[in-house]
Design a protein around this ligand. Structure first.
Ligand SMILES: Cc1cc2nc3c(=O)[nH]c(=O)nc-3n(C[C@H](O)[C@H](O)[C@H](O)COP(=O)(O)OP(=O)(O)OC[C@H]3O[C@@H](n4cnc5c(N)ncnc54)[C@H](O)[C@@H]3O)c2cc1C
Length: 651
């Protein structure tokens, strides 16, 4: 897995991207994606039904772009792999139309077909089966593994099995805190997940190490030994403790940073939520907190984006920033009695993140999917028994690598008795029918797949704009260099594409065992959550530019960037990329997060919010995805799946 570091490759800077075009390094890749729209589909005059399309076919990526996927059951499903991206874009480009017309009926009819095997889709199946245990259900998923944004990477390093999340990482913890802020799902108890957690302690290190990757991103959240790295000055350890003495910032910026954290008294108003939904987070910072500072935006953008807002302060609403506990706006929690959630909750993550929760759900609906797994550890870590997913005799089937390209009622939606579903698997189009369908994917696909949608649904789905994320897991042979430098978490600044933050984390003790070691001499995984913000562009253009950046980066580009960034940051602690990095996996998600501008949550111009429109079933088809909550969390996804299943049980 380890490749020789190509020292000739220069750093890729965020500023190398102008208007979504990569200049310099990586040009060869982009020219392979030359804008075919320019010749075939009328250049800049993109068809109106493709409002979110990127002006390139983007369907000729290959395995070298995806890069290695680690070991184990998730090895062929690290993020949106090239085959998934190629198929999705071929569909978007309408190049499947002829094949679609010649789809072959399998002759199968199901009580329920579910499109998408993320938390929402699997929860829909789980709820449906509770009422109708004999139901015949088919789940179709376009990736080579179930889980959606809740999948994991696995590594084998020097005899240790290691895990890292591909996306979804932690559940709000402790449970009473999660209930207090409305981020709890009854599924936790139903799935017999632990109600008390025990955490490992580090051996041979005195570092303060957090329990989660997210909490230490926020300065005043979980305790950690935090380093701030600037190219000019190197690593400053725990800069908050000495008022940023060792970081190259001017005094005003240092004061703004402190004020941002100390700000406690936002305007009291009855309509605070609607009011926050009427402005961007940047406007809130400027007009309410008196902070108008480029560095503060640079500081907050990747943090807000990675936490779940998808993009930065200039396009997200202040209300969305509140949902993701961002500085300043989080104080509105005090006005309705929940205080500042960062005072009493953090995220608790299984070794592979929320994959651990999702696997418990799959375990309930498909027998033997993890062999004879019974214990928490076995359910989380046993290899997937792929043969158990689609046996001829079983009632609940799951077909992976199956992109659903067409769903419509047989006849008018109000009176039809069946829905027809067509999907691409193994380069062939297959057709099945069902009494009902739950569409559990994102709206950018739903609006193209469901062909008999009324206009109001399409208009509502057009409101859903998505930003991409790149989650990188770096498997290390040891982390002595971090211990030597006195840092467990690191935030870095500047132009580099190699990320912005990473952290060691304690593992929870599972069934009395530590799943991974926590010792500077032993292997571990560092996870990096990368967003792609282009402040200054309108929201839609930012999402397109961001996806162009994501798709333009080859595996080698990112690998080189990480090796070079780690060498700069950790070299003084003794880091050697060739010796210490055991493997790097990239998990790209082109449509990772919903980005919500002002007006999304409470509607604007007298119109209902788009989620209200989409949550109503369209005939025999219901829609479920975490993004309908407006903010994406695992328990919201489960809630939406449960709601959609109950709607379909009424038919
Ligand atoms: C980087 C990242 C970090 C996160 N961290 C956290 C966290 O720490 N805690 C937390 O609670 N939440 C977190 N989340 C959010 C949470 O994990 C997601 O909201 C949730 O997992 C999404 O579940 P879902 O079922 O709504 O959608 P998805 O996971 O998106 O699942 C939908 C599935 O349907 C498939 N699909 C869509 N259309 C089709 C089609 N036409 N044919 C076939 N298949 C289709 C998709 O490919 C996908 O696999 C994170 C998300 C990301 C991206």
């Amino acid at each position: 897995m380890k490749k020789k570091f190509d020292k000739k490759v220069s750093s890729i800077s965020r500023r190398d991207f102008v208007g979504g075009t990569l200049i310099g390094s990586g040009v060869a890749l982009l020219s392979a994606l030359a804008p075919r729209w320019a010749t075939a589909k009328g250049g800049a005059n993109l068809p109106p039904e493709f409002p979110q399309s990127i002006a390139a076919p983007l369907n000729t990526l290959d395995a070298s772009w995806t890069g290695p996927g680690g070991v184990g059951s998730y090895a062929k499903a690290n993020g949106n792999t090239h085959d998934v991206v190629n198929a999705a874009h071929t569909f978007r480009n309408r190049d499947f139309d002829t094949q679609l017309a010649n789809a072959e009926a399998t002759g199968e009819h199901f009580d329920l077909v579910i499109v998408g095997a993320g938390f929402a889709g699997i929860s829909a199946a789980y709820t449906y089966l509770k009422s109708k245990p004999e139901a015949r259900i088919l789940i179709l998923e376009n990736h080579a593994m179930f889980g959606g944004e809740a999948r994991q990477n696995e590594f084998e390093v020097d005899g240790y099995r290691l895990w890292g999340p591909q996306g979804s990482n932690g559940a709000v913890w402790p449970l009473d805190g999660a209930k207090k802020i409305g981020m709890y799902s009854d599924l936790w108890a139903e799935l017999d997940l632990p109600t008390e957690l025990e955490w490992q302690e580090a051996s041979n290190s005195d570092l303060k190490i957090p329990k989660d990757i997210y909490s230490p991103m926020h300065l005043t959240w979980e305790e950690t030994d935090l380093g701030w790295f600037h190219d000019e000055t190197g690593m400053a350890v725990n800069p908050w403790s000495n008022r940023f003495r060792d970081v190259p910032l001017d005094d005003k910026t240092k004061n703004d940073l402190i004020w941002m954290e100390l700000y406690r008294q936002p305007q009291e108003r009855e309509d605070w939520a609607q009011w926050l939904d009427s402005m961007t987070y940047k406007e809130f910072m400027k007009n309410e907190m008196g902070i108008d500072n480029e560095f503060i935006d640079e500081y907050l953008n990747p943090f807000a984006a990675a936490m779940g807002c998808g993009l930065g302060t200039d396009v997200i609403s202040a209300y969305q920033a509140f949902n993701f506990i961002q500085p300043g706006v989080n104080q509105y929690g005090r006005q309705f009695g929940i205080g500042d959630p960062t005072d009493y909750v953090y995220l608790a993550s299984f070794p592979g993140g929320n994959t651990g929760i999702l696997r418990h759900l799959v375990h309930r609906i498909i027998p033997n999917v993890f062999g004879d797994a019974e214990s928490l550890t076995e359910i989380i870590s046993n290899p997937v028994n792929f043969a158990a997913l689609d046996g001829a005799a079983q009632a609940v089937k799951m077909r992976l690598s199956s992109l659903v390209v067409n769903v419509h009622h047989e006849g008018p939606a109000e009176s039809a008795e069946k829905v027809q579903i067509t999907y691409l698997n193994d380069e062939k189009m297959h057709q099945v029918t069902a009494d009902r369908v739950v569409m559990a994917g994102q709206q950018h696909l739903n609006k193209r797949v469901v062909t008999d949608l009324p206009e109001a649904y399409r208009a509502a789905m057009d409101e859903f704009k998505h930003s991409p994320m790149l989650t990188v897991n770096v498997a290390l042979r040891n982390w002595k260099f971090m211990d030597n430098m006195g840092v467990a978490s690191v935030r870095w600044f500047g132009d580099n594409m190699g990320g912005w933050f990473t952290s060691l984390r304690k593992q929870m003790v599972l069934d009395g065992e530590e799943p991974m070691p926590l010792d500077p001499e032993k292997p571990t995984v560092l996870t990096l959550y990368n967003s792609f913000c282009t402040p200054g562009l309108p929201l839609h253009e930012q999402t397109v530019a961001a996806r162009m950046q994501l798709f333009s980066l080859s595996y080698a580009d990112v690998e080189n960037e990480i090796r070079s960034q780690f060498t700069k940051m950790f070299g003084p602690g003794g880091f050697d990329a060739d010796r210490d990095i055991a493997g790097i996996t990239l998990n790209r998600q082109g449509h990772a997060y919903l980005v919500t501008p002002p007006g999304f949550f409470f509607g604007k111009d007298g119109n209902p919010p788009p989620s209200d429109v989409i949550r109503k079933p369209h005939g025999r088809i219901a829609f479920a995805h975490s993004e309908l909550m407006g903010y994406q969390m695992w328990e919201g996804a489960a809630h939406e799946g449960d709601r959609a299943a109950k709607q379909m049980l009424q038919i």
